[in-house]
Design a protein around this ligand. Structure first.
Ligand code: ADP
Ligand code: MG
Length: 305
């Protein structure tokens, strides 16, 4: 058991801070970081996961370490930013060594995959809460903002049978941040967001920020087999209002749709609708009739209606 806070930091969180941006990492009063390359802006995001709200306190710590970083990298991806470094604020009920080892395995495996340096943080005792701030670079004129969707733009995102429960659990616990996709969409997408609160709610944020509306064709939504079976009986609640997808939803001029075919980003891209001047999100059922969603996306203070 690490005896002091300093031991714990040294043992678990130091030594993962090598990156060309990092002049001084973990161990001093503050990290020293190089400014972004000329012409690029710093993209900064922060996310908190609270035990009992976002994850079960007795859940797999390795998956938790992965997810904590993945959700922030997903935000950077949705801005078209390339990730660079992160800071971590960790509140732990007790310094459980096995838990920390496993958590760090998940965290640093993903961090090294995307060459993200952990440059600092804070470690406190209290109810299990994890906060990670991540930063990256993007030329501001190429950043994929929520505002930018134009009428005429197209909108692609991106009782269970054997293996399906595992598949869904895996997608929930170990999301893949679509960093390469975000980079590939620079200069092509007119607006983008990562899907964390549910497609309808998140696309709604893009439409609101852009001052436009859209028609979403439910028949076009790419669905896993279990969600497909629900859709077949007319239940579109999960693909529309279920969160934690961490796929990118973006818009681009219809005239540039063909460019998606040669987009080199390693994921399938599907066109799911069209941006329109009329505000609001119109859901179109496969038979062409309007579909009404009865459950909204996740909202920590509003709950899900
Ligand atoms: P201070 O009292 O100046 O806030 P701390 O004792 O909190 O310093 O932290 C000492 C060093 O360890 C700092 O460089 C801080 O950024 C780093 N650090 C603390 N906790 C973490 C953590 N969970 N992950 C990464 N670095 C951390
Ligand atoms: Mg501190």
């Amino acid at each position: 058991m690490p005896t002091t806070e300093f031991d714990l930091i040294e043992r678990f969180f130091a030594g993962h801070d090598r990156h060309r941006d990092v002049l001084l990492g973990v161990g001093d009063d503050a990290a020293l970081l190089a400014p972004p390359p000329p012409g690029e802006a710093l993209a900064v995001t922060i996310d908190t996961l609270v035990a009992g709200v976002h994850f079960r306190a007795d859940g797999d710590p390795q998956a938790l370490g992965h997810k904590l970083l993945a959700v922030s990298l997903s935000d950077l991806a949705a801005m078209g930013a390339s990730p660079a470094w992160a800071t971590l604020a960790l509140t732990l009920p007790e310094p459980d060594e096995a838990w920390l080892e496993s958590f760090c395995r998940g965290l640093f495996e993903l961090a090294s995959e995307y060459e993200v340096a952990l440059v600092g943080g804070d470690t406190t005792r209290g109810p299990l809460t994890l906060t990670l701030q991540a930063a990256g670079h993007v030329p501001p004129e190429l950043a994929l903002r929520r505002a930018g969707a134009r009428p005429g733009d197209a909108a692609p995102p991106d009782d269970l049978q054997a293996g399906e429960a595992d598949f869904l659990q895996q997608r929930l616990d170990r999301p893949t941040p679509r960093v390469a996709t975000g980079l590939a969409l620079r200069g092509l997408a007119t607006a983008a967001i990562d899907l964390s609160d549910g497609l309808a709610a998140d696309l709604g944020h893009v439409l609101e920020a852009s001052g436009v509306g859209a028609s979403l064709e439910l028949a076009r939504l790419p669905l896993s087999p279990p969600l497909r079976r629900l859709a077949d009986v007319g239940d579109w609640t999960h693909p529309l209002a279920g969160g934690d997808d961490y796929e990118l939803c973006f818009t681009l001029p219809a005239a540039r749709l063909a460019e998606l075919e040669t987009l080199d980003c390693g994921v399938d891209v599907t066109r799911i609708g069209t941006v329109e001047a009329e505000p609001g999100l119109r859901l179109v059922a496969p038979d062409g009739s309007p579909y009404t969603l009865t459950r909204a996306g996740y909202d920590h203070f509003g709950g899900s209606a």
